[in-house]
Write a protein that binds this ligand. Structure first.
Ligand SMILES: [Zn+2]
Length: 269
């Protein structure tokens, strides 16, 4: 019984079309298994040669693996499989020596038509595509197909610059936070005694440190001593209400008084 042939299953170099019934049969067949057409030696030789030419041409062709269904912008980071996707993309990025450019991974995942792999053999493209299939919807297309978006050196350079800028911003933010923390640390004792780092007296003492102490040698030495011992002192005071009261009324309040007087005179506050 004739079986309708599936053109997609037709393998180049292995089959031929019967000239009398148009069914697809094996390339070396002498007799068509559907209609009984008999091939001459010359016909068989010709079709084998033709198949060899096609196979050669096929071997020269290169293919791209393309992302056809991108993830919506911004979802890449929440994508549950992203670590798997990452490792696959990393393979590629590593090959291109681009492993540090994080944004390229997002670019691949979020760009329709982005060529994830370029100019490889059909076999390589298909093996790569099958790895990607559970993560992203990808397609193998012949190299040179239009609508395929390539990552150019210029685009890579721009991403690199953008990333460097982001890193510099993160570093600056980190430095700011560190400076802020150091500032808070230096008021440990007063904060512990007043129980509030925004208390007027604490603010006055902080201003005294910034506007006066930090400008003299002795003051700077005191600040540096205080940075190392302040928190220890504050922790000891914290558990003892009597010591706390003593520090407050014997040291801090008179100090704040003197500081306010001094700062008023020198027009600092
Ligand atoms: Zn036939």
């Amino acid at each position: 019984m004739p079986v309708p042939h599936d053109v997609s299953r037709q393998q180049v170099g292995e089959t031929k079309e019967c000239p009398s019934c148009a069914e697809i049969i094996k390339i070396k067949a002498r007799k068509c298994r559907y209609c009984g057409h008999v091939f001459s030696d010359e016909e068989i030789k010709q079709s084998i040669e033709e198949a060899e030419r096609l196979t050669e041409a096929e071997a020269k062709k290169t293919y791209d693996v393309v992302n056809v269904s991108p993830l919506p912008s911004g979802t890449y980071y929440e994508y549950e499989h992203h670590s798997e996707l990452d490792s696959l993309l990393l393979e590629y990025l590593y090959a291109k020596n681009l492993q540090s450019v994080w944004d390229i991974r997002t670019w691949f995942a979020e760009t329709k038509g982005a060529a994830i792999l370029r100019n490889v053999s059909k076999q390589e493209a298909e093996s790569y595509a099958s790895k990607f299939k559970s993560l992203l919807e990808v397609k193998v297309v012949e190299s040179g197909t239009k609508d395929v978006v390539f990552l150019t050196e210029e685009m890579i350079e721009n991403m690199r610059k953008k990333q460097e800028k982001k890193q510099a911003e993160r570093l600056a933010e980190h430095e700011r936070e560190k400076a802020l923390k150091a500032q808070e640390k230096s008021c440990y004792v007063a904060t512990s005694v007043y129980g509030d780092q925004c208390h007027g007296d604490v603010v006055t003492l902080r201003a005294f440190r910034d506007d006066y102490l930090s400008k003299t040698n002795l003051g700077r030495r005191f600040i540096s001593w205080y940075y190392t011992n302040g928190s220890l002192l504050a922790n000891r005071i914290a558990g003892n209400e009597i010591v706390k009261m003593a520090v407050k009324y014997v040291i801090l309040i008179p100090l704040v008084f003197l500081v306010r007087k001094h700062l008023k005179h020198s027009d600092h506050l």
